[in-house]
Every structure is written in structure tokens, then in C-alpha cells.
Design a protein around this ligand. Structure first.
Ligand SMILES: *[C@@H]1O[C@H](CO)[C@@H](O)[C@H](O)[C@H]1NC(C)=O
Ligand SMILES: *[C@@H]1O[C@H](CO)[C@@H](O)[C@H](O)[C@H]1NC(C)=O
Ligand SMILES: *[C@@H]1O[C@H](CO)[C@@H](O)[C@H](O)[C@H]1NC(C)=O
Ligand SMILES: *[C@@H]1O[C@H](CO)[C@@H](O)[C@H](O)[C@H]1NC(C)=O
Ligand SMILES: *[C@@H]1O[C@H](CO)[C@@H](O)[C@H](O)[C@H]1NC(C)=O
Ligand SMILES: *[C@@H]1O[C@H](CO)[C@@H](O)[C@H](O)[C@H]1NC(C)=O
Ligand SMILES: *[C@@H]1O[C@H](CO)[C@@H](O)[C@H](O)[C@H]1NC(C)=O
Ligand SMILES: *[C@@H]1O[C@H](CO)[C@@H](O)[C@H](O)[C@H]1NC(C)=O
Ligand SMILES: *[C@@H]1O[C@H](CO)[C@@H](O)[C@H](O)[C@H]1NC(C)=O
Ligand SMILES: *[C@@H]1O[C@H](CO)[C@@H](O)[C@H](O)[C@H]1NC(C)=O
Ligand SMILES: [Cu+2]
Length: 565
């Protein structure tokens, strides 16, 4: 029997080659569906992946490629984003709706191929469609290549710690009410550790995450902030934390009694169970410098329980966390992060810069619609911008518009600096600065451009910290400070030796942060504040990185099953 005739032999080779490759790849199935969860004395239906909350943990190795079949059996449009995976040459599978894909409608499906590069450590995945990520998220752990090891002694056990946020109302109801009022969204009813609020809330004693530890052993906590609207402080009573990684990259170890963690960020810490056998709380609560911003000031807890025969403290001891508005404590932690910068984990920060960008981050206001009343200051609708442009979603995704040269979806005139040069962080600013421009503008970068981008917080309407996230890239955080960036003085203090390599970085309250990266990943890449209210208000922009001249520096073709708008 002739399986392959000469004419179709080439086809057969391709077919079997492709078939074997896809057989060898790890497959995951993500079924979006509603599930009932009881928290804080009431039950509600939430959107989940596979009925799990938090969703399934993905465990892969450095450099792996894997497939995820996303099947939408829920009632909402969704997309899935692989936060911190650069998706090299493959923006098609990155996930942000209306940026790189149209959403997967109820009843639809989409096969995503995740191609990893140098990430090693903790990342996470989450929905990237309106606010569905509140319940659609999970840990994404990347182990060293088989045969290699961590740059620290192997821990006795590893534990993902996902800090989350819970509202008693449906997240869609919250979101639509938020769009309706024009003000801040209602604050949440609790925070969560691994989906559970802990026992400081009503009816929540049974919903408390517990970690049993053996005295003398060391545990790797892979901490992920999946909170929607806040940066968080986290700590463990009577235990120091040794930070060893962040955002899928190793750091120089340092110890601290607490960590500051932004939404989108991950922090890996070693916890040595070296205390007296007892029960100890781990706890997280909000960091927010700005008093006018409403916050959920509750504390979520989990319990570290030593094995052994003893009568535990009841209640367990709480960690002492910095005060909610302690800007110095927040910044001091973030500024302590350093890349490992070892032979195996080198630093490749660009030293010659070909594109210098300066982006202001502002809270803004629009006039309220005639006949309506709005909850923003002076009956306005709150908004937000980058370089005074409040981002508006296009009607088809930017990637499709770019790839197929469909005009009218976006313009390429995103400015390299803000339109006005003013004292960005002065306590009182003219009211007319509050009004931004609306637009869908992108910044086009040449392949291999070496970029320095300074994010400058402003005090327009109100200063606050902005955890900025860039898709498609990790970046080196070379400097940061309070007040206005000084282009002559501040670069003299840059850290070009061991800057941390992040995908999300908190720009301090009325301060600035400078980052550097080489634009060697062609595609369409979303840049946004990871506080969901700010992103929804328009604190977003998009980079288009052009193809290079070689085959290896060009975007891959689109997958056949891209969802349509
Ligand atoms: C998502 O947000 C848009 C407006 O921002 C709204 O029109 C749409 O209904 C929302 N989708 C869902 C599923 O709520
Ligand atoms: C927000 O809070 C206000 C005041 O407590 C309440 O009246 C309103 O129903 C809440 N909205 C939502 C969507 O939960
Ligand atoms: C939290 O906020 C509520 C309402 O603003 C207030 O009554 C309460 O005292 C605050 N709790 C703490 C621990 O700050
Ligand atoms: C915060 O740090 C700044 C500069 O490092 C210092 O001037 C200020 O006194 C500190 N504030 C507090 C409350 O510690
Ligand atoms: C953080 O604060 C400690 C104690 O005040 C200080 O020794 C350290 O230098 C600070 N670190 C940074 C990065 O500011
Ligand atoms: C509200 O408007 C009044 C009059 O224009 C102005 O004096 C005041 O500063 C405004 N308040 C805010 C919070 O914008
Ligand atoms: C900006 O405003 C601050 C606070 O009022 C002030 O200390 C600083 O000198 C001002 N900077 C410039 C360049 O005017
Ligand atoms: C932002 O743009 C609006 C509309 O073009 C303009 O009126 C305003 O002055 C600008 N504000 C700043 C701070 O650049
Ligand atoms: C990009 O830059 C790297 C490092 O300088 C160089 O090796 C590579 O050839 C460049 N690639 C392209 C396509 O220009
Ligand atoms: C879902 O996405 C489609 C395609 O973009 C859009 O037409 C529709 O309005 C969206 N539905 C909701 C509820 O957002
Ligand atoms: Cu923000």
C-alpha cells in the first residue's frame, strides 16, 4: 500500500511533522464556565476556568511551548492573557481584547500557542476582557530546564499564593455600575488568599487558606497579586521573607518583614519555618497613599500551621504591616529589587539608547453628559490618560488592522512626550489640565530599537501610584524617584549593573520610573496601568514593533481560528 504517492510526499512530510510536533506539545483545556461559590455569608455564580477558583495552575519548564484550548461555555465575551510570557513573534496569542484579538464569544473557542523564552519563576494567566479577570486567573509556574536548578537551595515545598479581591455583587454588575456613575467603583467586600478571605470576615472561618509546615524546612511562596484595584502589602507574623525572584526572573536575595506587590506582579520568597511550633497568620492589605481614593481597608489572612503537638495561639499572631498610606515603605521595598546578574542569569540592559520616550500618567475628567449626573469631582466623569491621551478601544483589534492594513482603526501619532511641559507633581494644578484628548494612537518602533521610557506620574486630579504593565516584553527598571524627572541629573544615578527585570512596575505617587528594553519582539503590544479602573478610564497605549529583516525577526502568521469581531 502506498501511503504517500510521490506527488503528495512533500505534503505528507509536513503533515506528519506538524502532527508529531503538536502531539509532543503539552495541551491544556480551559473551559470557561459559571460555578457557584459561597463567600462572606452569601453565594454567587462566578465565571471560572474549569469550575475552579483560582483557576488551574500551569506548570512548565523554561523555553517550553504549549497549547491551551480555550472553550467559552460562559455568558460573556472572554480572552486569556499569559501575563509576563513575551509571546515572541506571536502577538496573536497574547490575549488583550481589541488589541491583539477580538473576544471569544459565548459558544466560541480559540487554540492558543504559548511560546516561552527566558522566563523562569512565577508568572500568571488571566482574562483580558472587561473585568472578568476578577475570577478568571491562575498561577503559571516556569521551572528551570530539566537538569538545571534554582540559584538557591531547593525548597522543601512550593506554594502559589494568589492574592485576590471579592465583591458580593456580580463583577459585571459592578463594572456596568462603575461605567454608569462616572466615579470610582464600589470598594470590594474582601481580599482573598488563594480564593479564600480568611477568618477576619463574617462567616469565613472555614474559608481560610492553611499551609502546614515542618519546623526547620524552607518553603518557596510564589506570590501573585491578582487584585483588581490596589497595590498590596503582604507579610507573615514572626517570619522574615527572603525575596529571590519577581515577574519570572531571579533577584539577588534580600530579607524583609513585608513585601509590596502590584497587581500583575509576582514576588517569589523563601520562608524558613524556624520559629516555635504555633499558628501564624500570613496577611495582606491595601497600600494606597492618596486619602481621597476609597479603599477596602480589610485584611485577608491565611494560616501557617506548624506540625507538632502544641496548643496554638488563638487567634494566631498577625504580621505587622506598614500603614496603608506608607509611601516610603512601599517604594523602599520596590527599590530593593535587584537582578541576580550571574553568569547563568546575565543582565542585558541596553546602554546605547536609540528611542527616548517620556510618558505622563494622569487621572483626568470629562464633562458629565447633559441631563446625567456623575460622581467624579464637580459632577464630572473620571478618566485617565498617557501623555494626555485617553485610550479608546477600536472596533476590530489593532493587530488585525495592522497586519491586514485595514485603515481607520488607529493612528500612528502617539507622541514621544506630553503636549505640555508643566510642574507635573505640584500640589495645585490648573483645572483645565484635567480634560484629556480621546484617541486610539499607537507608537511605532523599529525592530531592535533600544528604548528608554520614563513614566512620570502627575498630580492632575489626584496623584497615586500606577503599576504599569507592558505586554510582549520584560524591561529593566533603571531608575525611580519622587517629584519630576530631571533628564540631566537623574540618569547619573541609574542602575545599569543589576536593575530588576520586570513586566509590571509601580510608578511611585507623584514620582517617576525609567525603564529600558530592546524592541526585538515584533508585534502589537499593549501598555497599561494594571489597576483595572485606570485602564478602563483610558490609561493605556500600544506599541507596534515592526518586523526585522531576517526570517527570525518577523511575526508568525495568524492562527487559523482567530475570533472575529
Ligand atoms: C464590556 O465593556 C463594554 C463597554 O466598555 C460593554 O459595551 C460590554 O457590554 C462589556 N461586556 C460585558 C460582557 O460586560
Ligand atoms: C455601591 O454602593 C452603594 C452604596 O453603598 C450602593 O447603593 C450600590 O448599590 C452599590 N453598587 C453596586 C453595583 O454594588
Ligand atoms: C475602615 O473603613 C471604615 C469605613 O470608612 C472605618 O469605619 C473603619 O474604622 C476602617 N477600619 C480600619 C481598620 O481602618
Ligand atoms: C520618606 O523618605 C523621604 C526621602 O527618602 C524622607 O525625606 C521622608 O522623611 C520619609 N518619610 C517618612 C514618613 O519616613
Ligand atoms: C529601605 O529602608 C532601609 C531602612 O531604613 C534602608 O536601610 C534601605 O537603604 C532602604 N532601601 C532602599 C532601596 O531605599
Ligand atoms: C470645582 O469647581 C470649582 C469652580 O470652578 C472650583 O473652584 C473647584 O476647585 C472645583 N473642584 C474640583 C475638585 O475640581
Ligand atoms: C514643582 O512644585 C513643587 C511643589 O510645589 C515645588 O517644590 C517645585 O519647586 C516645583 N518645581 C518646579 C520645577 O517648578
Ligand atoms: C490635553 O488635551 C486637551 C484637549 O486637546 C487640552 O485642552 C489640554 O490642555 C491638554 N492637557 C494637558 C495637560 O496637556
Ligand atoms: C538585532 O540586534 C542584535 C544585537 O545587536 C543583532 O545581533 C541582530 O542581528 C539584530 N537583528 C536584526 C534583525 O537587525
Ligand atoms: C462581544 O464581542 C463582539 C465582537 O467584538 C461584540 O460585537 C459584542 O458586542 C461583544 N459583546 C459584549 C456583551 O460585549
Ligand atoms: Cu494607574
Amino acid at each position: 500500500m502506498k501511503l504517500c504517492s510521490f506527488k503528495i510526499v512533500i505534503f505528507c512530510i509536513f503533515f506528519f511533522h506538524g502532527y508529531h510536533q503538536s502531539l509532543a506539545l503539552k495541551h491544556y483545556r480551559f473551559e470557561l464556565k459559571e460555578a457557584k461559590y459561597r463567600r462572606l455569608c452569601s453565594t454567587k455564580k462566578i465565571l471560572t476556568v474549569n469550575g475552579q477558583f483560582p483557576g488551574p495552575t500551569i506548570r512548565v519548564h523554561r523555553g517550553d511551548t504549549f497549547i491551551v484550548d480555550v472553550i467559552n461555555r460562559g455568558n460573556y465575551n472572554v480572552t486569556i492573557h499569559w501575563h509576563g510570557a513575551p509571546m515572541t513573534r506571536n502577538p496573536w496569542n497574547d490575549g488583550p481584547e481589541y488589541i491583539t484579538q477580538c473576544p471569544i464569544p459565548p459558544g466560541g473557542k480559540f487554540r492558543q500557542k504559548i511560546i516561552l523564552a527566558h522566563e523562569e519563576g512565577t508568572l500568571w494567566w488571566h482574562a483580558h476582557s472587561n473585568w472578568t479577570r476578577a475570577t478568571v486567573n491562575g498561577a503559571f509556574l516556569i521551572y528551570p530546564r530539566p537538569g538545571s536548578t534554582y540559584p538557591f537551595p531547593k525548597p522543601h515545598a512550593e506554594v502559589p499564593i494568589i492574592i485576590g479581591e471579592w465583591w458580593k455583587v456580580d463583577i459585571e454588575v459592578l463594572y456596568h455600575a462603575f461605567l454608569g456613575t462616572g466615579g470610582d467603583p464600589n470598594v470590594s467586600d474582601s481580599f482573598l488568599i488563594n480564593g479564600q478571605p480568611g477568618d477576619l470576615y463574617p462567616c469565613s472561618k472555614q474559608d481560610t487558606f492553611r499551609l502546614k509546615v515542618v519546623q526547620g524546612k524552607t518553603y518557596l511562596l510564589r506570590i501573585i497579586n491578582s487584585v483588581m484595584q490596589n497595590m498590596m502589602f503582604f507579610g507573615v507574623a514572626n517570619h522574615e521573607l527572603t525575596v529571590v525572584g519577581s515577574d519570572g526572573s531571579y533577584t539577588k536575595p534580600f530579607t524583609s518583614n513585608y513585601i509590596t506587590i502590584s497587581p500583575g506582579q509576582t514576588i517569589d520568597v523563601l520562608l524558613k519555618a524556624n520559629n516555635l511550633p504555633n499558628h501564624y497568620y500570613m496577611a495582606a492589605r491595601v497600600y494606597e497613599r492618596t486619602p481621597s481614593i476609597p479603599i477596602d481597608n480589610t485584611t485577608t489572612t491565611g494560616i501557617i500551621q506548624y506540625y507538632g503537638d502544641y496548643t496554638p495561639n488563638s487567634p494566631p499572631l498577625l504580621p505587622i504591616l506598614p500603614a496603608t498610606n506608607d509611601l516610603n515603605a512601599s517604594v523602599n521595598f520596590t527599590n530593593s529589587l535587584r537582578s541576580l546578574a550571574s553568569k547563568d542569569h546575565p543582565v542585558e540592559v541596553p546602554l546605547q539608547i536609540s528611542r527616548r520616550l517620556f510618558y505622563t500618567l494622569s487621572i483626568n475628567t470629562f464633562p458629565c453628559e447633559v441631563g446625567n449626573s456623575c460622581e467624579g469631582p464637580n459632577n464630572t466623569r473620571l478618566s485617565a490618560s498617557v501623555n494626555n491621551i485617553s485610550f479608546v478601544n477600536p472596533t476590530i483589534d489593532i493587530l488585525e488592522g495592522y497586519y491586514h492594513m485595514i485603515n481607520g482603526q488607529f493612528t500612528t501619532n502617539f507622541p514621544d512626550k506630553p503636549p505640555l511641559n508643566f510642574n507635573y507633581t505640584a500640589p495645585i494644578l490648573p483645572l483645565e489640565f484635567q480634560l484629556p484628548e480621546r484617541g486610539t494612537k499607537v507608537k511605532v518602533l523599529d525592530y531592535n530599537a533600544t528604548v528608554e521610557l520614563v513614566f512620570q506620574g502627575t498630580n492632575v486630579v489626584a496623584g497615586t501610584d500606577h503599576p504599569m504593565h507592558i505586554h510582549g516584553y520584560n524591561f529593566y527598571v533603571v531608575g525611580s524617584g519622587f517629584g519630576n524627572f530631571d533628564k540631566d541629573k537623574d540618569p547619573l544615578n541609574y542602575n545599569l549593573l543589576d536593575p530588576p527585570y520586570q513586566n509590571t512596575i509601580a510608578i511611585p505617587y507623584n514620582g517617576w520610573t525609567a525603564i529600558r528594553f530592546t524592541a526585538n519582539n515584533p508585534g502589537v503590544w499593549f501598555v497599561h496601568c494594571h489597576l483595572d479602573r485606570h485602564s478602563t478610564w483610558g490609561m493605556n497605549m500600544v506599541f507596534i514593533v515592526k518586523n526585522g529583516k531576517t526570517r527570525e525577526s518577523r511575526m508568525l502568521p495568524p492562527p487559523p481560528d482567530m475570533p472575529r469581531c
